[in-house]
Design a protein around this ligand. Structure first.
Ligand code: SF4
Length: 133
């Protein structure tokens, strides 16, 4: 389940040529403008781009891990993880669980094996960058 603001879902729907009304069935809970969305629901506006295959994902993860270790394993702050997560939530390459560009899992919770939590990592299309210092 994904927790976000309804404006994030609307933006995500718009990016995929859909209206908020068309994707509303994937909302399972609503409290004012905060919603909980089921990314597995057929109405969820997911990316049409196929994610990289297993081999490509392993290569990407090995490369990101090597870079992270070489940088001294710097961890992003909770605020930075949340900021990156919010950007991914409305990204056209986010399929509800992972990034279809690099294949990495996108989660606010998986802090240790998530690239969102590694301050030396960056978005593959430049939507968020490394945190230096
Ligand atoms: S890492 Fe970048 S490209 Fe991938 S889902 Fe997040 S914002 Fe989009």
């Amino acid at each position: 389940m994904i927790r976000c603001k309804i404006e994030h879902l609307e933006e995500r729907a718009r990016q995929r040529g859909k209206t908020l009304a068309e994707v509303t069935p994937c909302i399972v809970e609503r409290n004012d403008d905060h919603i909980v969305v089921d990314p597995m629901h057929e109405a969820y506006p997911r990316s049409q781009e196929l994610p990289p295959g297993a081999l490509e994902r392993m290569k990407n993860f090995a490369s990101a891990s090597a870079q992270h270790i070489a940088a001294g394993m710097p961890r992003a702050s909770d605020e930075e993880i949340a900021r990156r997560f919010d950007i991914c939530q409305v990204c056209e390459f986010f399929d509800g669980k992972s990034c279809t560009k690099c294949g990495c899992g996108i989660s606010r919770d998986a802090k240790h094996l998530s690239k969102l939590a590694w301050s030396d990592q960056s978005c593959p299309v430049g939507k968020w960058g490394k945190v230096i210092g």
